[in-house]
Design a protein around this ligand. Structure first.
Ligand code: P1T
Length: 381
């Protein structure tokens, strides 16, 4: 089955009791048992719920995996992955990544004895220097949030494989429409399903997909034991969103391409970060591992002035100034003071997240209106 069919039909079946084409929202916490332990496959909704199962099956299908898991948020999904580890274990992570991921690694898990190394993984050779006997996980975010760096997943997997190190890929920015990390040999693919998978800025959710049965059993245990599951209504909404993922992503990519090129030629712009530009430092890797280049881009204004960046985001009208991304509507953000404020200034500036950086989540509106909006906002500086 091709990807554009999988988003609609992948691992889905009509409701067995009524034939309902969409799975009903099974708004129930528990299920009747005929005799202790004798039931129809569901016993308690933390452990399993039919609407959530339908979504988890869809997640697995679109990521070319065997087992899907839905969580209460992207961070809850990340939490489950790190709980696979033990005190003394070490993680190597890309240094340019979502601020909340950095925060859970450093502020939550370090105190349980897990050590995190942050490095620029667009240079995979660095892994050979950092890997030791305690290294158990490599955390890859590609494209990175918010600098849109690209990490070569196959190259990371090649280094990790014979060393028994798990490779997890946060695929939030790309979505499986653009890249399927399990096909490159990654062990775990993770999503903030809040973003493109849901696609309509109305749900907070996380996802994990794996192929390995033993790993899936460990994650299933953690999902149930820690309990950060999502509810049936949210499961329904994300399943509905998924059905248009391919058409939305196509338009996100087209619009971002037009906007990236416009900004690149704008006299008031210093740098544009979008992996589809031939001038992007990892463009060749993006071309190799992605089907297109995505709807996220960042840029910095000339002279590196925070006040200019603030003025631009304040003046944008169609691009709503807001956290999050990946919905049908365009959003703007100022990472240094919003999504990445939890990373110390010296750390984030090392990766390029300066006070003059603006991030855009390019929506699927008419691109002429989006260009007009950027033009008027940039004319204010
Ligand atoms: O917000 P939540 O669903 O918990 O997902 C966390 C997360 C994980 N990974 C990536 C790459 C992310 O971008 C996010 C959430 N990011 C934002 C809210 C943001 O505006 O960047």
């Amino acid at each position: 089955m091709k990807f554009n069919t999988k988003t609609i039909h992948g691992n889905q079946k009509h409701d067995p009791s009524t034939g309902a084409v969409m799975p009903p929202i099974y708004q129930t916490s528990t299920y009747a048992q005929e005799s202790p332990g004798k039931h129809k496959g569901f016993e308690y909704s933390r452990t399993g719920n039919p609407t959530r199962s339908a979504l988890e099956n869809a997640f697995a299908s679109i990521e070319n995996g065997q087992f899907g898991f839905a969580f209460a948020s992207g961070l809850a999904a990340i939490d489950a992955v790190i709980k696979l580890l033990n005190p003394g274990d070490e993680v190597i992570s890309t240094s340019d990544l979502y601020g909340g991921t950095y925060r859970i690694f450093t502020k939550v898990f370090e105190k349980y004895g897990i050590k995190f190394h942050f490095t620029d993984l667009s240079n995979v050779a660095i892994l050979e220097e950092l890997i030791n006997d305690n290294t158990k996980l490599i955390w890859v975010e590609t494209p990175t949030n918010p600098m849109l760096n690209i990490i070569d997943i196959e190259a990371v997997v090649a280094i990790a494989k014979n060393k028994n190190i798990l490779v997890a890929v946060d695929n939030t920015f790309a979505t499986p429409y653009l890249q399927q990390p399990l096909d490159f040999g990654a062990d775990i693919v993770m999503h903030s399903a809040t973003k493109y998978l849901g696609g309509h800025s109305d749900v907070v959710m996380g996802a994990l997909v794996v192929n390995d049965k033993e790993l899936s059993e460990k994650l299933y245990f953690l999902q149930n034991a820690s309990g950060a599951i999502c509810g049936p209504m949210d499961s329904f909404l994300v399943l509905r969103g998924l059905k248009t993922l391919h058409v939305r992503m196509q338009r996100h990519c087209e619009n971002a391409s037009v906007i990236a090129k416009y900004l690149k030629n704008h006299s008031k712009i210093e740098n544009v970060y979008w992996p589809g530009l031939t001038t992007h430092s990892n463009h060749h890797i993006a071309k190799k591992q992605m089907n297109d280049f995505g709807g996220m881009l960042s840029f910095s204004t000339k002279y590196n002035q925070k006040r200019d960046a603030i003025k631009v985001v304040e003046n944008l009208k169609l691009f709503t100034l807001a956290e999050s991304l990946g919905g049908v509507e365009s959003l703007s953000g100022h990472p240094a003071s919003m999504t990445h404020a939890s990373i110390p200034k010296e750390e984030r500036e090392k990766t390029g997240v300066t006070d003059s950086l603006i991030r855009l989540s390019v929506g699927i509106e008419d691109v002429a209106d989006l260009l007009e909006d950027l033009k008027q906002a940039l004319s204010k500086i």
